[in-house]
Design a protein. Structure first.
Ligand SMILES: C[S@@+](CC[C@H](N)C(=O)[O-])C[C@H]1O[C@@H](n2cnc3c(N)ncnc32)[C@H](O)[C@@H]1O
Length: 275
């Protein structure tokens, strides 16, 4: 275990949540100097403080200690042979195809690809696809699906907290994932996605939105504690200067946890058109 890394993780998560050292200290009922020492790597949280610290930072003790192989609740959902989200591509995939049909191997990035149904669909249609998810089990199943369909997709495990593209894409796509990104990180994430989108390229994204009249569904999972609903319209603002093909908000019924509930979702398909 690398103690300095633990300090770095604490500092990074605290900043992502927009907390000052004083505010985090207040949540834990300790001095801000203790937080400062942890983050500098000159002292370490004691064993009894770790679970409270993990809860305050909306993360796990494993993640604080720098272990990357944290099992997510999605890993558990993805343990069966069946595909948890089915194999029918998301309807946004068809909307994307209408704007950039695969007349050449456009480069697609699918962020939070789950078990890979959309990534494999794009690859089957002739796109050049890269896709990641935090769930190791999801990535294993996605690779299997690509193999079964005899298509090449670059799948890898990554966390959207730290992952930023290092190359350009024509289509950046993400469905049902961006509520795992805290509000304080969204401007920086969207700046990076925009910068790594080719001219005339597309960002196709959807986000779960908070509405006072919709009760938040509780499934009791650990992942649930890491959800940060978006403000209505927030997503659209980050792309105000792009061409909007789809910009909509809808409320729909869901039964994913076994308890019927409703979600509100904002969907944006925007194109980087340069004047
Ligand atoms: C609702 S599912 C959507 C999966 C896929 N996009 C689809 O539409 O079928 C949410 C996905 O986000 C992934 N996820 C959750 N937190 C993540 C993170 N921090 N980084 C990357 N992926 C994450 C989960 O493992 C899960 O596969």
């Amino acid at each position: 275990m690398n103690h300095l890394k633990t300090g770095e993780v604490i500092g990074k998560r605290r900043r992502e949540l927009g907390l000052t050292q004083n505010q985090l200290a207040g949540l834990l009922n300790i001095s801000f100097q203790a937080i400062s020492k942890w983050e500098n790597g000159t002292a370490y949280p004691d064993i009894e403080t770790l679970p409270k610290l993990a809860a305050a930072l909306h993360t796990t003790v494993d993640a604080l200690l720098g272990y990357s192989s944290v099992t997510t609740d999605y890993d558990r959902r993805y343990t069966t042979e069946e595909y948890y989200w089915g194999l029918t591509p998301n309807r946004i995939c068809y909307d994307i195809m209408k704007i950039l049909p695969p007349v050449k191997p456009y480069r697609v990035l699918d962020m939070g690809c789950g078990e890979g149904k959309d990534a494999v669909f794009f690859a089957k249609c002739g796109y050049e696809v890269t896709a990641f998810d935090i769930s190791e089990r999801g990535i294993e199943k996605a690779k299997k699906l690509a193999e079964h369909n005899k298509v090449e997709v670059t799948f890898f495990k990554a966390d959207i907290y730290d992952y930023r593209p290092d190359t350009e894409y024509d289509i950046i796509f993400s469905s049902g994932v961006l509520h795992f990104v805290p509000q304080t990180q969204r401007r920086e994430l969207s700046d990076s996605l925009r910068a790594h989108t080719a001219c005339n390229g597309i960002n196709a994204l959807n986000v779960f939105v908070e509405k006072p009249f919709i009760t938040r569904a509780k499934d009791g999972s650990r992942d649930e504690q890491k959800r940060y609903l978006w403000r209505s319209g927030e997503l659209f603002g980050y792309y105000y200067d792009w061409l909007f093909h789809t910009c909509k908000e809808e409320i729909f019924d869901c039964n994913s946890s076994g308890t019927p509930h409703k979600h509100c979702m904002d969907t944006l398909i925007a194109q980087k058109v340069e004047g």
